[in-house]
Design a protein around this ligand. Structure first.
Ligand code: URA
Length: 284
């Protein structure tokens, strides 16, 4: 949109247009007029210190009537360190909690660094406390961040439909959380530093929730909780055990519903895995 159009358009209409174009974040408080950015100097536009006959003749050749900025080289910024209290502080804060409520309060009080500062909510959990099945996903998305509950967006709706088809629901017998409780900006995969920092909290969360079975959704969750580098394609559907606070808890990795939305042909694997979870739960 050109500057004059922006200036002459009703702000509500403009906002609706930005949303329709896919903008979901206000990144900077100040607007930036990109049309005023400095044109890049090229050999053709750079001032010549000593006019030569060749440069003189070039002024006679037709030049573009406007300065074309052309592509601007953007230097990648180094990954910013997580300015949080770190893993050691997370370990002691999580270990000090004796109940889920205390853990939720501790997470809300914890300095989760840049990630927490950019998030609207600390997304702790949803579903039935004390349920036999605990589901652990990756991190909240935009909708979860807004509402403050895990898996309430498109992938959560698919998850709910799959659970319902298997006779389960978060209202009845499923408890849900994530490895990372704060939304990574732009729905990026969380950095390893962030995952490492959050790990003591989700491990303590599982200990205090005392499920009989943990279903890890997606590679981030499975790799973090199983402390492995193996990918989800190899891990999914395999029965595992989590060793938490001296207690062993049956667990299994499965495809993340967001991945199933992009790869619907894999839903049959997810369905098979969910039925295996149900069978195992019945035998525990
Ligand atoms: N994806 C996740 O892993 N967790 C959520 O809560 C939502 C989307």
């Amino acid at each position: 949109m050109t500057t004059s159009l922006v200036e002459n358009t009703d702000p509500a209409t403009l906002l609706a247009w930005y949303v329709a174009m896919g903008a979901d974040e206000a990144i900077e408080g100040e607007t930036v007029d990109r049309f005023k950015s400095e044109p890049v100097q090229t050999a053709a536009t750079a001032p010549q210190s000593r006019p030569t006959s060749a440069s003189h003749s070039s002024t006679l050749t037709p030049q573009p009537s406007h300065s074309v900025a052309g592509p601007r080289k953007v230097e990648a910024r180094p990954v910013q360190a997580v300015v949080g209290a770190g893993q050691a502080a997370a370990e002691s804060a999580a270990a000090a909690c004796q109940t889920l409520d205390e853990l939720e309060e501790a997470l809300k009080a914890f300095d989760g660094g840049l990630l927490k500062r950019s998030a609207k909510n600390t997304v702790f959990s949803d579903g039935t406390r004390g349920a036999p099945l605990m589901i652990v996903g990756e991190a909240p998305g935009a909708e979860e961040d807004r509402v403050g509950k895990p898996f309430v967006g498109a992938s959560g709706q698919l998850l709910d439909r799959m659970l319902a088809a298997a006779g389960m629901s978060r209202d009845k017998n499923v408890y849900i959380s994530n490895v990372v409780p704060w939304r990574p900006l732009g729905n990026r995969t969380p950095d390893q530093a962030v995952i490492t920092m959050c790990l003591p909290f989700i491990r303590r969360h599982i200990e205090l929730a005392e499920p009989k079975f943990v279903l890890m959704l997606g590679g981030v969750s499975a790799k973090a909780l199983l402390n492995t580098e193996e990918g989800i394609t190899r891990l999914r559907g395999r029965m595992k055990e989590l060793d938490l606070g001296g207690r062993k808890i049956a667990a299994m990795p499965a495809y993340h519903p967001a991945y199933l939305l992009r790869q619907p042909h894999l839903k049959s694997f997810a369905w098979r895995d969910l039925l295996a979870v149900k069978r195992t739960l019945a035998s525990l």
